[in-house]
Design a protein around this ligand. Structure first.
Ligand SMILES: Nc1ncnc2c1ncn2[C@@H]1O[C@H](COP(=O)(O)OP(=O)(O)O)[C@@H](O)[C@H]1O
Ligand SMILES: [Mg+2]
Length: 258
């Protein structure tokens, strides 16, 4: 279990995160949802260890990681811009992290991920020959072969649309379930957050606005920001969303307690 205790962070004296406390269970998919500039990426970077907190604690399975360097935390991220190596082909990007740590994933495990993510026919292509969705899948595979304890994704779907977006969404869910992998996804899109995750953390101006299961947030928005932020953007898709909540997504969460 990941626990954040009273996390705060400022840049140049300006508070960007204020007193963030929450728990995320093993295997749970949690979305961090909020408008642009609300501190989502900063929160992800603090969990990853790329950025230091000013105050508060980050605790994973009872161990205080607040001062632990990024490499030793064992978490891994897919950055918003994917940060792939342009001079290497897709396969070499996927296996890059294994060159010094070949024991982390076997050849069979790498092959399984390649098939799970539908990348088989793209392995020899250079990064600039790939579409947005293909790049996203390569970035996901590259992170997954390292078997992170927590998978962090920054706006994984924002550059994608339509069928591709749905397919990546399904793949993220499949991977999270198959590996019982704690997954934290940053997004500014309420529909994405509410359909993809077990729980949604809504942030506004660096503070937690509401943290709950999708159906709770829809049926009992905690404040006017949640109401307006969610409802404004969901108005058109509302019927669609409610019908999704009658399906197995809500009654069969991707995580199991313990
Ligand atoms: N390294 C940094 N230095 C100074 N300000 C930053 C830095 N990173 C983020 N910020 C500021 O913190 C705020 C939150 O940014 P960010 O976490 O990227 O928001 P989001 O991901 O929700 O769009 C913004 O006002 C941004 O300009
Ligand atoms: Mg961001």
């Amino acid at each position: 279990m990941l626990r954040l205790e009273n996390i705060s962070k400022s840049f140049d004296g300006v508070p960007v995160l204020k007193d963030i406390s929450l728990e995320i269970e093993k295997g749970e998919i949690v979305s961090i949802l909020g408008p642009s500039g609300s501190g989502k990426t900063t929160l992800l970077n603090l969990i990853l260890g790329l950025t230091d907190v000013d105050g508060g604690r980050i605790v994973y399975d009872g161990n205080d990681l607040t001062k632990t360097p990024m490499e030793e935390r064992g978490f891994n991220i897919v950055f918003q811009d994917y940060a792939l190596f342009p001079h290497l082909n897709a396969y070499k990007n996927i296996t890059y992290g294994l060159r010094n740590k070949p024991d982390i994933s076997s050849k069979e495990e790498v092959e399984e991920l390649i098939d799970l993510l539908g990348l088989r026919e793209h392995l020899d292509k250079r990064i600039d020959q790939l579409s947005g969705g293909q790049k996203q899948r390569v970035a996901l595979a590259r992170t997954m072969v390292m078997k992170p304890k927590i998978l962090l994704l920054d706006e994984p779907l924002s550059a994608l649309d339509g069928v591709i977006k749905e397919s990546i969404k399904d793949r993220i869910k499949t991977i999270a379930k198959e590996y019982n992998l704690t997954t934290i996804i940053v997004t500014h899109d309420p529909e994405e957050a509410l359909t993809l995750s077990d729980r949604v953390l809504i942030v506004n101006e660096g503070a937690i606005s509401q943290y709950g299961r999708p159906e709770e947030i829809i049926s009992r928005p905690g404040n006017s920001f949640v109401k307006e932020f969610i409802l404004n953007q969901l108005e058109i898709k509302r019927n669609n969303i409610f019908s999704l909540f009658d399906g197995p997504l809500v009654s069969e969460p991707a995580w199991q307690a313990g």
